[in-house]
Design a protein around this ligand. Structure first.
Ligand code: ZN
Length: 182
């Protein structure tokens, strides 16, 4: 079972272990990938911040220049796009906005209550990326502005309507045979 919301450090560690890449943190990961792509990070962090969000159990942020998504981490909130190399930001990384720690932990805990079935992949992060929610559309996803309470209300409402839709088949004492046989 997947027990956490994954972030860029988890991604770095997974790439380190599975692919043998030489880094174990966000800065090493950014430097490695940006150098490999020919758009090396300067090491600076500046410019307009980007907002973190959670998609299928993973902390991500979106590049407003090219639309690319990258893993981010609250433990080192910097963003560098491996698609466009932050060219319009002079190849500096950008700050990332996360919820305050207490709020972030409450959001993560609310999402982790949502059951998912891991997808077929070698690493746990891709298993989460390809996961299927136990209640349809009740994803481990979060957008800025959604509180823990909003997430819990979503879960309650969607779980209730899912159970209601299942109810006829689960009605005690009745079987499909009884309904169709004379
Ligand atoms: Zn980009």
């Amino acid at each position: 079972m997947i027990e956490k919301i994954y972030d860029a450090v988890d991604k770095a560690l997974e790439e380190h272990v599975l692919l043998g890449f030489p880094y174990t943190d966000q800065r090493g990961r950014i430097l490695y990938h940006s150098t490999k792509l020919g758009c090396q990070w300067t090491g600076n962090v500046q410019g307009d911040p980007v907002e973190a969000f959670i998609d299928y159990g993973r902390w991500l942020a979106k590049c407003d220049g090219c639309g690319n998504l990258e893993y981010v981490t609250p433990s080192d909130p910097i963003f560098f796009c491996h698609g466009c190399g932050n060219l319009t930001n002079n190849r500096a990384a950008r700050p990332v906005i996360f919820p305050e720690d207490e709020e972030r932990q409450a959001i993560e805990a609310a999402l982790l209550e949502r059951g998912v079935t891991p997808g077929l992949a070698i690493g746990p992060i891709d298993q989460m990326r390809f996961s299927a929610p136990d209640v349809p559309d009740l994803l481990r996803s979060w957008q800025p502005g959604e509180t823990k309470e909003v997430l819990q209300e979503q879960a309650t409402a969607m779980t209730a309507s899912f159970k209601a839709a299942q109810a006829p088949a689960l009605e005690p004492g009745k079987t499909v045979d009884e309904k169709v046989n004379p």
